[in-house]
Design a protein around this ligand. Structure first.
Ligand code: NAP
Length: 302
């Protein structure tokens, strides 16, 4: 059986390596992105240029999205020249962006009315997981549609979990993001305490990595914080957006999230200072500011 043509819209830090893995797995690929340069890179690797979200949806049977935020997803899918204008019965849209559960449910219902299906399938694993094809993919929506796109998802991820109906994948991702945010904040606090106490934070991190609080966030984000490597990675304004989604979802269901609210405000201060494009590990600079640590005195500030 020949492989279905796959569409990919949103070729950023995550989308580009994910799209390349789909291509590598032998699926014909049609792409679109807001800025042209990234489309040209994919075309050079063997993809076709879909021209617009509508153009991608007309030519592909499975349409993948990896866009920044919910309004981007809504515009690309339901806006003028969008995916819904090019969709036909039997096609499956898979939104791999981190977006809102409420929007996922709304768009899935509209896709169904058009005879198509739409899954929410946000991912965890970062740029490395995207490059290596080892992402954890959290899926909400119709099980039969998921079974049809499973070989495409397997080209990008290692752990693919059907969480539940439409929106459930985004709820799982909101849970993931609030855990990640509180962990980034905790690691930053630990590094600030070590520094203020005159103890080498690199050695503290090293010791902690061998004990009960080992985590990839302590390992990777902790090192980035200490080496002042704030080029993204995962942009701080996107993590801020994820916590906004978690908080509004929590409000909808009556789940108090006090820790998430605090870290949302701390990320908000980074974004307000014009540093939202930095990696989320730059959260430490907010805590250093509170602690009166002047960055760049003993270490190289970016
Ligand atoms: P990114 O680097 O900012 O990429 C977003 C891409 O979407 C850019 O290439 C952008 O084009 C494109 N885009 C934006 N609006 C568009 C539109 N209207 N039409 C077509 N293309 C459009 O972000 P990212 O880090 O890849 O993240 C993408 C999603 O994955 C986000 O929801 C994020 O929260 C989530 N995520 C990220 C990570 C991570 O570690 N980075 C991990 C897990 C999940 P331009 O070239 O014009 O900017």
């Amino acid at each position: 059986m020949s492989k279905p043509t796959v569409g990919f819209i949103g070729l950023g830090i995550m989308g580009k390596p994910m799209a390349l893995n789909v291509l590598k797995a032998g699926f014909p690929l049609v792409v679109h992105n807001r800025s042209r340069g990234k489309v040209e890179e994919l075309v050079a690797a063997g993809a076709q240029d879909g021209g617009s979200p509508r153009g991608v949806a007309e030519r592909a049977e499975v349409i993948l999205l990896c866009l920044p935020d919910a309004p981007d997803v809504e515009q690309v899918v339901a806006g003028p020249n969008g995916v819904f204008e090019g969709i036909s019965p039997g096609k499956v849209i898979v939104d791999m962006s981190t977006s809102s559960p409420a929007l996922a449910r709304r768009l899935a219902a509209r896709a169904e009315a058009l005879g198509a299906a739409m899954l929410d399938a946000p991912v965890s694993g970062g740029e490395t997981g995207a490059r290596e094809g080892t992402l954890s993919i959290m899926v909400g929506g119709d099980g039969a549609a998921l079974a049809r796109v499973m070989p495409v998802l397997q080209a990008m991820g290692k752990t693919i979990t059907h969480i539940g109906p439409a929106g459930a994948g985004q709820v799982a991702k909101a849970c993931n993001q609030l855990v990640a945010a509180l962990m980034v904040e905790a690691v930053a606090e630990a590094m600030v305490l070590a520094t203020k106490a005159g103890v080498d934070p690199l050695r503290v991190r090293q010791a902690l990595l061998g004990g009960a609080v080992y985590s990839r966030i302590l390992e990777n984000h902790g090192l980035r914080m200490l080496e002042r490597r704030f080029e993204p990675g995962f942009k701080a304004h996107l993590h801020h957006k994820d916590l906004r989604i978690a908080l509004s979802t929590a409000r909808e269901y009556g789940a108090p999230l006090p820790g998430t609210a605090l870290v949302h405000e701390l990320y908000g201060s980074l974004v307000a200072a014009g540093k939202g494009e930095r990696d989320n590990s730059a959260l430490i600079t907010v805590l250093e500011g509170l602690a009166g640590i002047v960055a760049g005195t003993s270490r190289q500030e970016e």
